[in-house]
Design a protein. Structure first.
Length: 292
């Protein structure tokens, strides 16, 4: 899974991707200016996870600058930045043999300070938001009629006894985890979704992730109401939940194509990942937000 190439992501996401700008030549310990923008780069356009490779870049430095060191308790070691070329306001990272430019393995999820200094002067400070290792990043978790192409959201409602298809896309699936179990009181029993399932819709929107899919039948006697559907992934370490509304008369033998009472797919797509949507198909640049 995943997309080749680097993506530029923010040190700390703001409402509008505010840049973490620090002054180019402040006094030691002084306040930075908005001129300097600090960004980090990861191999995929995903939230940063402990143990991952990372690189940094600066833009807006004064023409006479020569070296900046980026430090953080979240980093395995300091990272050195130098001008892209003589007189450039942009940087290039020094990747000398033996360097280990990554987030510390085993780091707890949280937000960590980052400081960029040049000759003892702070040129940028920001915060690095890090997820724990092996954190699932669920792009979508949808449940709909088996005979219809699953969209980006669940149907407004399903009738009792319907045949349904379940699709879950994980942008960071656990290695060696080829099947997951889905549970809910709406099912006749537990439902298994697999990576090699013929129920996989083959949607390009799922290309960057690992797709689990499968089908099952809803209980015909389940009362109308709103129910929770849960799937446990990452070898029992993470639970993802979705909600489904059951409404209408039961479907005979699960075969009635009039599956939804109110019909249609929800207008807004479902994209779950720690409560945030992920746009994963294109490179994008989001600037770092200043620390408090």
């Amino acid at each position: 899974m995943g997309v080749a190439g680097l993506a530029v992501v923010p040190l700390l996401g703001g409402a509008a991707g505010v840049s973490a700008a620090e002054g180019a030549s402040p006094a030691p310990g002084g306040s930075p200016s908005p001129a300097v923008r600090l960004e980090y780069h990861v191999a995929q356009n995903l939230a940063l996870e402990a143990g991952e490779d990372i690189s940094f870049s600066l833009d807006g430095m004064p023409p006479e600058w020569d070296k900046v060191e980026v430090t953080s308790p979240a980093l395995q070691e300091p990272i050195t930045l130098t001008p892209l070329k003589k007189g450039s306001t942009q940087s290039v990272q020094v990747d000398a043999p033996g360097t280990d430019h990554r987030v510390r393995s085993g780091l707890r999820a949280g937000t960590y300070p980052v400081t960029a200094t040049s000759h003892g002067r702070t040129v940028a400070t920001a915060q690095l938001k890090v997820l724990a290792e092996n954190t699932a990043q669920i792009y979508r978790f949808v449940i709909g009629p088996r005979n219809a192409s699953p969209g980006s959201g669940t149907p407004a409602s399903l009738r009792p006894g319907s045949d349904v298809r379940v699709v879950l896309t994980d942008l960071r699936a656990a290695p060696g985890e080829d099947s997951l179990t889905v549970t809910s009181p709406i099912f006749k029993g537990s439902l298994t979704i697999k990576t090699d399932s013929p129920d996989n819709p083959g949607c390009k929107c799922d290309d960057p992730g690992t797709v689990y899919a499968g089908h099952g039948e809803l209980r015909g006697d389940v009362p109308n109401g709103r129910y929770t559907v849960a799937v446990v992934s990452h070898h029992g370490q993470q639970t993802t939940k979705q909600h489904v509304t059951i409404a209408g008369q039961p479907v005979a033998d699960g075969g009635d194509p009039s599956w939804a009472v109110t019909g249609g797919v929800a207008a807004t797509g479902l994209a779950l990942a720690s409560g945030r949507a992920f746009a994963v198909r294109r490179r994008r640049s989001r600037k770092a937000a200043p620390s408090a």
